[in-house]
Design a protein around this ligand. Structure first.
Ligand code: AMP
Ligand code: ZN
Length: 115
């Protein structure tokens, strides 16, 4: 499928990956609109909130909680979902925007392997 996020999940296209497991991949947005701007995606292609299975949606939400704890921004992040092209969804592969402007993030974040 000609989907950029599927290609990132399949390692056919590069991305600054923050986290991944069997079901999810989290990477930096290429055009960040906050000090920290991550995209939380299922590895499998689902177009919108109406398509994604409940368990994968819960995995994404749980991951947002974990990232907020890891980065000590539990009280200072936004989770944004653009659902459908008319709302501004450009990439038709379900994703949450996870954004924070917490001051201590301006030194940059490291991924799980410390890079
Ligand atoms: P949306 O409007 O919700 O579909 O957002 C899509 C997001 O994907 C935008 O914020 C883009 O900057 C981002 N984006 C597009 N291509 C890439 C890419 N190759 N790597 C990382 N982020 C991307
Ligand atoms: Zn896809």
């Amino acid at each position: 499928m000609n989907c950029i996020f599927c290609q990132i999940a399949g390692k056919e296209k590069p991305a600054k990956i923050y986290f991944e497991d069997d079901n999810l991949i989290v990477f930096s947005d290429i055009l960040p609109r906050a000090t920290l701007h991550l995209l939380l995606c299922p590895k499998k292609h689902y177009a919108t909130l109406l398509d994604i299975p409940d368990d994968i949606l819960m995995n994404l939400m749980e991951r947002a909680r974990i990232i907020s704890r890891e980065l000590k921004i539990e009280d200072n992040f936004r989770l944004v979902l653009n659902n459908g092209a008319k709302s501004g969804q450009i990439i038709e592969h379900f994703h949450f925007h996870f954004m924070s402007n917490a001051p201590h993030l301006s030194a940059g974040i490291k991924n799980q392997s410390g890079r």
